[in-house]
Write a protein that binds this ligand. Structure first.
Ligand code: GDP
Ligand code: IMO
Ligand code: MG
Length: 408
Protein backbone atom coordinates (compact mmCIF):
# COMPACT_ATOMS: atom_id res chain seq x y z
CA UNK A 1 0.00 0.00 0.00
CA UNK A 2 1.28 3.48 -0.89
CA UNK A 3 0.45 6.54 1.20
CA UNK A 4 1.60 9.99 0.06
CA UNK A 5 2.16 12.84 2.52
CA UNK A 6 2.52 16.38 1.22
CA UNK A 7 2.51 19.87 2.69
CA UNK A 8 -0.76 21.68 1.93
CA UNK A 9 0.54 25.22 2.61
CA UNK A 10 3.94 26.93 2.19
CA UNK A 11 6.03 24.22 3.84
CA UNK A 12 6.93 23.50 7.48
CA UNK A 13 3.47 22.10 8.22
CA UNK A 14 4.88 19.24 10.30
CA UNK A 15 5.43 16.70 7.49
CA UNK A 16 8.52 15.27 9.21
CA UNK A 17 6.60 14.63 12.42
CA UNK A 18 3.73 12.95 10.55
CA UNK A 19 5.95 10.80 8.35
CA UNK A 20 7.88 9.67 11.43
CA UNK A 21 4.61 8.90 13.23
CA UNK A 22 3.04 6.96 10.34
CA UNK A 23 6.29 5.19 9.46
CA UNK A 24 5.83 2.87 12.43
CA UNK A 25 3.46 0.86 10.19
CA UNK A 26 5.49 1.20 6.97
CA UNK A 27 8.50 -0.74 5.75
CA UNK A 28 9.85 1.80 3.26
CA UNK A 29 9.86 5.62 3.25
CA UNK A 30 10.61 7.41 -0.04
CA UNK A 31 11.32 11.15 -0.09
CA UNK A 32 10.35 12.09 -3.61
CA UNK A 33 11.41 15.71 -4.12
CA UNK A 34 13.34 18.76 -2.97
CA UNK A 35 16.80 18.88 -1.51
CA UNK A 36 18.62 20.41 1.44
CA UNK A 37 16.24 23.38 1.28
CA UNK A 38 13.85 21.23 3.33
CA UNK A 39 14.05 20.92 7.10
CA UNK A 40 11.92 18.16 8.61
CA UNK A 41 11.91 18.04 12.39
CA UNK A 42 11.21 14.98 14.49
CA UNK A 43 10.99 15.13 18.27
CA UNK A 44 11.36 11.82 20.01
CA UNK A 45 11.56 11.49 23.78
CA UNK A 46 12.74 15.10 24.08
CA UNK A 47 15.51 14.67 21.48
CA UNK A 48 15.22 16.82 18.34
CA UNK A 49 16.30 15.56 14.90
CA UNK A 50 16.45 18.00 11.96
CA UNK A 51 16.46 16.14 8.66
CA UNK A 52 17.12 17.85 5.35
CA UNK A 53 17.74 15.08 2.83
CA UNK A 54 17.28 11.81 4.70
CA UNK A 55 13.66 10.57 4.71
CA UNK A 56 11.82 10.83 8.02
CA UNK A 57 11.55 7.05 8.59
CA UNK A 58 15.23 6.79 9.50
CA UNK A 59 14.75 6.85 13.28
CA UNK A 60 13.22 3.36 13.30
CA UNK A 61 16.05 0.81 13.17
CA UNK A 62 14.21 -1.49 10.75
CA UNK A 63 12.92 0.88 8.03
CA UNK A 64 14.43 1.27 4.60
CA UNK A 65 14.57 4.84 3.33
CA UNK A 66 15.06 5.98 -0.26
CA UNK A 67 16.05 9.38 -1.63
CA UNK A 68 13.85 9.45 -4.72
CA UNK A 69 14.27 10.44 -8.36
CA UNK A 70 12.85 13.94 -7.94
CA UNK A 71 15.41 14.92 -5.35
CA UNK A 72 18.40 17.18 -5.89
CA UNK A 73 21.11 15.92 -3.56
CA UNK A 74 24.14 17.74 -2.24
CA UNK A 75 26.47 14.87 -1.24
CA UNK A 76 28.33 17.05 1.25
CA UNK A 77 25.06 17.86 3.06
CA UNK A 78 23.89 14.25 2.85
CA UNK A 79 26.97 12.68 4.42
CA UNK A 80 27.12 15.38 7.08
CA UNK A 81 23.51 14.55 7.95
CA UNK A 82 24.25 10.82 8.06
CA UNK A 83 27.29 11.42 10.30
CA UNK A 84 25.17 13.54 12.66
CA UNK A 85 22.59 10.76 12.83
CA UNK A 86 25.32 8.25 13.58
CA UNK A 87 26.56 10.47 16.43
CA UNK A 88 23.05 10.33 17.87
CA UNK A 89 23.13 6.54 17.74
CA UNK A 90 21.13 6.04 14.52
CA UNK A 91 22.63 3.17 12.55
CA UNK A 92 21.77 3.97 8.93
CA UNK A 93 24.14 1.67 7.06
CA UNK A 94 22.47 -0.82 4.74
CA UNK A 95 19.07 0.91 4.76
CA UNK A 96 19.63 4.28 3.08
CA UNK A 97 19.42 4.19 -0.71
CA UNK A 98 19.40 6.78 -3.49
CA UNK A 99 17.54 6.50 -6.77
CA UNK A 100 19.97 6.41 -9.68
CA UNK A 101 17.74 9.01 -11.37
CA UNK A 102 18.18 11.58 -8.59
CA UNK A 103 20.19 14.68 -9.49
CA UNK A 104 23.26 15.97 -7.67
CA UNK A 105 23.89 19.51 -6.46
CA UNK A 106 27.44 20.65 -7.25
CA UNK A 107 29.12 23.31 -5.03
CA UNK A 108 29.00 25.98 -7.73
CA UNK A 109 25.19 25.67 -7.86
CA UNK A 110 25.00 27.19 -4.39
CA UNK A 111 27.07 30.17 -5.51
CA UNK A 112 24.96 30.54 -8.67
CA UNK A 113 21.80 30.44 -6.53
CA UNK A 114 23.06 33.31 -4.36
CA UNK A 115 24.28 35.32 -7.36
CA UNK A 116 20.94 34.95 -9.16
CA UNK A 117 19.10 36.05 -6.04
CA UNK A 118 21.34 39.11 -5.71
CA UNK A 119 20.52 40.09 -9.31
CA UNK A 120 16.73 39.78 -8.88
CA UNK A 121 14.89 43.06 -8.39
CA UNK A 122 12.40 41.08 -6.30
CA UNK A 123 14.37 38.26 -4.66
CA UNK A 124 12.55 35.00 -3.94
CA UNK A 125 14.32 34.57 -0.64
CA UNK A 126 15.74 31.14 -1.50
CA UNK A 127 17.56 28.98 1.02
CA UNK A 128 20.78 29.41 -0.99
CA UNK A 129 21.20 25.64 -1.32
CA UNK A 130 21.48 25.61 -5.12
CA UNK A 131 18.04 24.06 -5.53
CA UNK A 132 16.73 26.27 -8.35
CA UNK A 133 19.99 25.88 -10.25
CA UNK A 134 19.92 22.08 -9.98
CA UNK A 135 16.31 21.90 -11.23
CA UNK A 136 17.03 24.41 -14.04
CA UNK A 137 19.97 22.36 -15.23
CA UNK A 138 17.84 19.23 -14.98
CA UNK A 139 15.18 20.85 -17.20
CA UNK A 140 17.75 22.11 -19.68
CA UNK A 141 19.25 18.58 -19.72
CA UNK A 142 22.62 19.59 -18.33
CA UNK A 143 22.20 18.13 -14.86
CA UNK A 144 24.25 15.36 -13.27
CA UNK A 145 22.37 12.29 -12.09
CA UNK A 146 23.69 9.65 -9.76
CA UNK A 147 23.42 7.20 -12.67
CA UNK A 148 25.90 9.35 -14.61
CA UNK A 149 28.78 9.76 -12.21
CA UNK A 150 30.76 6.78 -13.42
CA UNK A 151 29.98 7.49 -17.08
CA UNK A 152 32.83 9.68 -18.42
CA UNK A 153 30.90 10.47 -21.57
CA UNK A 154 28.07 12.08 -19.58
CA UNK A 155 30.50 14.29 -17.68
CA UNK A 156 32.36 15.83 -20.62
CA UNK A 157 30.60 19.17 -20.29
CA UNK A 158 31.63 19.62 -16.67
CA UNK A 159 34.64 21.63 -15.55
CA UNK A 160 37.78 19.90 -14.22
CA UNK A 161 36.84 21.25 -10.82
CA UNK A 162 33.38 19.65 -11.02
CA UNK A 163 34.87 16.32 -12.04
CA UNK A 164 37.48 16.41 -9.29
CA UNK A 165 34.77 17.18 -6.76
CA UNK A 166 32.54 14.37 -8.00
CA UNK A 167 35.39 11.90 -7.76
CA UNK A 168 35.71 12.80 -4.07
CA UNK A 169 32.14 11.63 -3.40
CA UNK A 170 31.78 8.85 -5.93
CA UNK A 171 33.01 6.02 -3.69
CA UNK A 172 30.59 6.98 -0.94
CA UNK A 173 27.61 7.58 -3.23
CA UNK A 174 27.79 4.53 -5.47
CA UNK A 175 27.15 1.92 -2.73
CA UNK A 176 23.85 3.71 -1.99
CA UNK A 177 22.66 3.78 -5.61
CA UNK A 178 19.63 1.68 -6.57
CA UNK A 179 17.17 1.33 -9.40
CA UNK A 180 14.25 2.60 -7.29
CA UNK A 181 11.50 1.53 -9.69
CA UNK A 182 12.81 -2.04 -9.74
CA UNK A 183 13.36 -2.02 -5.97
CA UNK A 184 9.79 -0.91 -5.24
CA UNK A 185 8.44 -3.44 -7.74
CA UNK A 186 10.41 -6.20 -6.04
CA UNK A 187 9.08 -5.08 -2.65
CA UNK A 188 5.53 -4.54 -3.89
CA UNK A 189 3.89 -6.20 -0.91
CA UNK A 190 5.26 -3.68 1.55
CA UNK A 191 3.59 -0.58 3.00
CA UNK A 192 5.33 2.51 1.71
CA UNK A 193 5.18 6.17 2.66
CA UNK A 194 6.01 8.87 0.13
CA UNK A 195 7.30 11.99 1.85
CA UNK A 196 6.93 15.31 0.11
CA UNK A 197 9.06 18.36 0.77
CA UNK A 198 8.02 22.04 0.73
CA UNK A 199 4.27 22.40 0.12
CA UNK A 200 1.52 22.75 -2.48
CA UNK A 201 1.91 26.54 -2.55
CA UNK A 202 5.68 26.26 -3.12
CA UNK A 203 5.32 23.73 -5.96
CA UNK A 204 6.71 24.85 -9.32
CA UNK A 205 3.33 24.31 -11.04
CA UNK A 206 0.69 24.72 -8.37
CA UNK A 207 2.40 27.28 -6.14
CA UNK A 208 2.49 31.07 -5.99
CA UNK A 209 4.84 31.32 -8.98
CA UNK A 210 7.48 32.76 -9.18
CA UNK A 211 7.69 32.77 -5.38
CA UNK A 212 8.03 29.02 -5.21
CA UNK A 213 10.73 26.38 -5.00
CA UNK A 214 11.67 24.56 -8.20
CA UNK A 215 10.67 20.97 -7.52
CA UNK A 216 7.43 19.00 -7.48
CA UNK A 217 6.06 19.23 -3.99
CA UNK A 218 2.58 18.30 -5.22
CA UNK A 219 1.14 14.80 -4.80
CA UNK A 220 1.72 14.05 -8.48
CA UNK A 221 5.44 14.22 -7.67
CA UNK A 222 5.10 10.98 -5.70
CA UNK A 223 3.81 9.23 -8.79
CA UNK A 224 6.42 10.53 -11.23
CA UNK A 225 9.39 10.84 -8.91
CA UNK A 226 8.61 8.22 -6.27
CA UNK A 227 8.72 5.38 -8.77
CA UNK A 228 5.15 4.05 -8.53
CA UNK A 229 3.11 5.94 -11.15
CA UNK A 230 -0.29 7.62 -10.67
CA UNK A 231 -2.30 4.41 -10.20
CA UNK A 232 0.13 3.23 -7.54
CA UNK A 233 -1.08 5.83 -5.06
CA UNK A 234 -3.65 4.55 -2.56
CA UNK A 235 -4.05 7.60 -0.35
CA UNK A 236 -2.97 11.24 -0.33
CA UNK A 237 -2.64 13.11 2.95
CA UNK A 238 -2.20 16.88 3.08
CA UNK A 239 -0.61 18.30 6.23
CA UNK A 240 -1.53 21.82 7.33
CA UNK A 241 -1.18 23.98 10.42
CA UNK A 242 -4.00 25.57 12.42
CA UNK A 243 -2.57 28.87 11.11
CA UNK A 244 -0.29 29.78 8.18
CA UNK A 245 3.42 30.48 7.89
CA UNK A 246 5.74 31.29 5.06
CA UNK A 247 9.55 31.71 4.88
CA UNK A 248 11.08 33.85 2.16
CA UNK A 249 9.22 36.30 -0.05
CA UNK A 250 5.97 36.15 -1.96
CA UNK A 251 2.26 36.75 -1.52
CA UNK A 252 0.61 35.74 1.74
CA UNK A 253 -2.96 37.10 1.94
CA UNK A 254 -3.56 36.31 5.64
CA UNK A 255 -0.18 37.50 6.93
CA UNK A 256 -0.48 39.51 10.15
CA UNK A 257 0.15 43.17 9.33
CA UNK A 258 1.44 43.89 12.82
CA UNK A 259 4.64 42.08 13.78
CA UNK A 260 5.64 44.41 16.60
CA UNK A 261 6.49 43.32 20.15
CA UNK A 262 3.40 41.94 21.89
CA UNK A 263 1.54 41.30 18.58
CA UNK A 264 -0.34 38.08 17.80
CA UNK A 265 2.21 37.47 15.07
CA UNK A 266 5.08 37.43 17.56
CA UNK A 267 3.02 35.39 20.00
CA UNK A 268 2.43 32.63 17.43
CA UNK A 269 6.05 32.72 16.30
CA UNK A 270 7.18 32.22 19.89
CA UNK A 271 4.63 29.61 20.97
CA UNK A 272 4.86 27.71 17.68
CA UNK A 273 8.67 28.14 17.52
CA UNK A 274 8.28 29.44 13.98
CA UNK A 275 11.90 29.74 12.92
CA UNK A 276 13.21 27.97 9.81
CA UNK A 277 14.77 24.55 10.45
CA UNK A 278 17.20 25.06 7.56
CA UNK A 279 18.07 28.76 7.70
CA UNK A 280 16.89 29.84 11.17
CA UNK A 281 14.93 32.69 9.56
CA UNK A 282 11.82 33.86 11.47
CA UNK A 283 8.76 32.55 9.64
CA UNK A 284 6.07 35.00 8.56
CA UNK A 285 2.81 34.19 10.37
CA UNK A 286 -0.89 34.66 9.67
CA UNK A 287 -4.30 33.09 10.15
CA UNK A 288 -5.32 29.89 8.39
CA UNK A 289 -6.19 30.57 4.76
CA UNK A 290 -9.03 28.22 3.91
CA UNK A 291 -9.25 29.46 0.31
CA UNK A 292 -5.64 28.41 -0.23
CA UNK A 293 -6.18 25.14 1.65
CA UNK A 294 -9.22 24.22 -0.43
CA UNK A 295 -7.21 24.94 -3.56
CA UNK A 296 -4.39 22.69 -2.29
CA UNK A 297 -6.92 19.90 -1.66
CA UNK A 298 -8.39 20.20 -5.14
CA UNK A 299 -5.17 20.42 -7.10
CA UNK A 300 -3.63 17.46 -5.24
CA UNK A 301 -6.70 15.20 -4.86
CA UNK A 302 -6.06 15.22 -1.12
CA UNK A 303 -8.13 12.39 0.42
CA UNK A 304 -7.56 13.32 4.03
CA UNK A 305 -6.14 16.32 5.84
CA UNK A 306 -3.77 16.22 8.80
CA UNK A 307 -4.10 19.22 11.13
CA UNK A 308 -1.00 20.15 13.16
CA UNK A 309 -0.11 22.86 15.70
CA UNK A 310 -3.64 23.07 17.06
CA UNK A 311 -2.07 23.45 20.54
CA UNK A 312 -0.50 26.78 19.50
CA UNK A 313 -3.99 28.33 19.83
CA UNK A 314 -4.52 26.93 23.36
CA UNK A 315 -4.45 30.28 25.18
CA UNK A 316 -6.35 32.46 22.70
CA UNK A 317 -9.78 33.91 23.56
CA UNK A 318 -10.66 33.92 19.88
CA UNK A 319 -8.99 33.73 16.48
CA UNK A 320 -9.90 34.01 12.82
CA UNK A 321 -9.59 32.12 9.54
CA UNK A 322 -9.90 33.34 5.96
CA UNK A 323 -12.97 32.17 4.04
CA UNK A 324 -12.71 34.41 0.98
CA UNK A 325 -10.77 37.23 -0.65
CA UNK A 326 -11.91 40.67 -1.62
CA UNK A 327 -10.02 41.88 -4.69
CA UNK A 328 -10.93 45.32 -6.08
CA UNK A 329 -14.17 45.17 -4.14
CA UNK A 330 -15.11 41.79 -5.66
CA UNK A 331 -15.53 38.66 -3.50
CA UNK A 332 -13.50 35.66 -4.64
CA UNK A 333 -13.61 32.19 -3.25
CA UNK A 334 -10.99 30.71 -5.55
CA UNK A 335 -7.21 30.98 -5.32
CA UNK A 336 -5.82 33.34 -8.01
CA UNK A 337 -2.75 32.52 -10.08
CA UNK A 338 -1.67 36.13 -10.31
CA UNK A 339 0.78 37.29 -7.65
CA UNK A 340 -0.53 40.79 -8.13
CA UNK A 341 -4.07 39.69 -7.27
CA UNK A 342 -2.86 37.67 -4.30
CA UNK A 343 -0.93 40.65 -3.01
CA UNK A 344 -4.00 42.86 -3.26
CA UNK A 345 -6.40 40.27 -1.84
CA UNK A 346 -8.00 41.39 1.41
CA UNK A 347 -8.90 38.34 3.47
CA UNK A 348 -12.51 37.91 4.51
CA UNK A 349 -12.25 36.53 8.02
CA UNK A 350 -14.54 34.41 10.16
CA UNK A 351 -14.09 34.49 13.94
CA UNK A 352 -13.82 31.34 16.08
CA UNK A 353 -13.95 31.09 19.88
CA UNK A 354 -10.82 29.73 21.55
CA UNK A 355 -10.86 26.72 23.91
CA UNK A 356 -8.51 28.06 26.60
CA UNK A 357 -7.40 24.52 27.45
CA UNK A 358 -4.05 22.78 27.02
CA UNK A 359 -4.52 20.17 24.26
CA UNK A 360 -1.15 18.48 24.75
CA UNK A 361 -2.54 15.56 26.73
CA UNK A 362 -5.51 14.81 24.44
CA UNK A 363 -5.16 11.47 22.66
CA UNK A 364 -8.66 10.97 21.26
CA UNK A 365 -10.92 13.21 19.25
CA UNK A 366 -13.58 13.11 21.95
CA UNK A 367 -11.10 14.48 24.50
CA UNK A 368 -10.69 17.68 22.47
CA UNK A 369 -12.76 20.61 23.78
CA UNK A 370 -15.95 21.43 21.88
CA UNK A 371 -14.51 24.71 20.49
CA UNK A 372 -11.51 22.87 19.02
CA UNK A 373 -13.81 20.31 17.41
CA UNK A 374 -15.96 23.13 16.01
CA UNK A 375 -12.90 24.62 14.32
CA UNK A 376 -11.93 21.21 12.92
CA UNK A 377 -15.41 20.50 11.62
CA UNK A 378 -15.68 23.93 9.99
CA UNK A 379 -12.42 23.27 8.11
CA UNK A 380 -13.68 19.86 6.98
CA UNK A 381 -16.90 21.37 5.69
CA UNK A 382 -15.19 24.28 3.93
CA UNK A 383 -12.56 22.14 2.23
CA UNK A 384 -14.92 19.17 1.72
CA UNK A 385 -12.11 17.00 3.04
CA UNK A 386 -12.07 14.98 6.27
CA UNK A 387 -9.35 15.62 8.85
CA UNK A 388 -8.13 12.17 9.84
CA UNK A 389 -5.22 13.06 12.15
CA UNK A 390 -4.76 15.95 14.59
CA UNK A 391 -1.40 16.87 16.07
CA UNK A 392 -1.29 18.66 19.43
CA UNK A 393 2.45 18.90 20.03
CA UNK A 394 5.81 18.19 18.42
CA UNK A 395 6.49 14.80 20.00
CA UNK A 396 5.62 11.59 18.16
CA UNK A 397 2.99 10.72 20.76
CA UNK A 398 1.22 14.12 20.65
CA UNK A 399 -1.05 12.71 17.98
CA UNK A 400 -4.76 11.92 17.65
CA UNK A 401 -5.71 9.42 14.95
CA UNK A 402 -9.35 9.50 13.90
CA UNK A 403 -8.80 7.22 10.92
CA UNK A 404 -5.67 5.32 9.95
CA UNK A 405 -4.42 6.01 6.42
CA UNK A 406 -3.39 2.37 6.12
CA UNK A 407 -6.96 1.13 5.89
CA UNK A 408 -8.05 0.89 2.26
P1 GDP B 1 8.14 20.12 7.98
O1 GDP B 1 9.11 20.84 7.14
O2 GDP B 1 6.77 20.10 7.39
O3 GDP B 1 8.60 18.75 8.39
O4 GDP B 1 8.01 20.98 9.35
P2 GDP B 1 9.22 21.62 10.19
O5 GDP B 1 9.90 20.53 10.93
O6 GDP B 1 10.04 22.52 9.37
O7 GDP B 1 8.42 22.57 11.17
C1 GDP B 1 7.42 22.09 12.03
C2 GDP B 1 7.82 22.40 13.47
O8 GDP B 1 6.71 22.25 14.31
C3 GDP B 1 8.87 21.46 14.05
O9 GDP B 1 9.66 22.18 14.97
C4 GDP B 1 8.05 20.39 14.72
O10 GDP B 1 8.75 19.77 15.80
C5 GDP B 1 6.91 21.20 15.26
N1 GDP B 1 5.60 20.53 15.32
C6 GDP B 1 5.08 19.56 14.52
N2 GDP B 1 3.81 19.28 14.86
C7 GDP B 1 3.49 20.11 15.89
C8 GDP B 1 2.31 20.34 16.66
O11 GDP B 1 1.26 19.73 16.45
N3 GDP B 1 2.38 21.29 17.63
C9 GDP B 1 3.51 22.01 17.86
N4 GDP B 1 3.49 22.91 18.84
N5 GDP B 1 4.65 21.83 17.16
C10 GDP B 1 4.63 20.90 16.18
P1 IMO C 1 10.08 21.97 4.09
O1 IMO C 1 10.20 20.65 3.36
C1 IMO C 1 9.45 26.28 3.87
C2 IMO C 1 11.11 28.33 0.34
C3 IMO C 1 12.26 29.27 0.56
C4 IMO C 1 11.98 30.27 -0.55
C5 IMO C 1 11.47 29.38 -1.68
C6 IMO C 1 12.53 29.01 -2.71
O2 IMO C 1 10.88 22.05 5.33
O3 IMO C 1 8.64 22.30 4.29
P2 IMO C 1 14.65 27.39 -2.64
O4 IMO C 1 15.88 27.42 -1.79
O5 IMO C 1 13.88 26.12 -2.54
O6 IMO C 1 14.92 27.77 -4.06
O7 IMO C 1 13.70 28.56 -2.06
O8 IMO C 1 10.99 28.22 -1.07
N1 IMO C 1 11.31 26.95 0.87
C7 IMO C 1 10.72 26.47 1.97
N2 IMO C 1 9.92 27.07 2.87
N3 IMO C 1 9.75 24.97 3.98
C8 IMO C 1 10.53 24.34 3.08
O9 IMO C 1 10.74 23.01 3.09
C9 IMO C 1 11.09 25.11 2.03
N4 IMO C 1 11.91 24.83 0.99
C10 IMO C 1 12.02 25.95 0.28
O10 IMO C 1 12.20 29.86 1.83
O11 IMO C 1 10.93 31.13 -0.18
MG1 MG D 1 10.49 22.43 7.30
Amino acid sequence: MNVVIIGAQWGDEGKGKMVDFLASDAQIVVRFSGGANAGHTIVLGGEKYALHLVPSGILYPDKTVILGSGMVIDPEALFKELEDLEKKGVDWKGRVFISDRAHLVLPRYREMDRETEARRSKPIGTTGRGIGVAYSLKASRDGVRLADIDDEERLVNLTDEDRAWLSLWKDRLLPLKIDMVAYLRQHRNTWRLFEGAQGALLDIDTGTYPFVSSGMSCAAGAAAQGGIGPRGIDRILGVFKAYSTRVGNGPFPTEFADDSAGSLSQYIRTVGNEYGTTTGRPRRCGYLDLVALRYACAVNSIDRLVLTHLDVYDDLEEFEACIGYRIDGQMREDFPASVRNLERAEPVLRTFSGWKTALGTCRTYEELPLRAREYIEFIEEFTETPISIVSVGSDRNHTIVRESPWIK
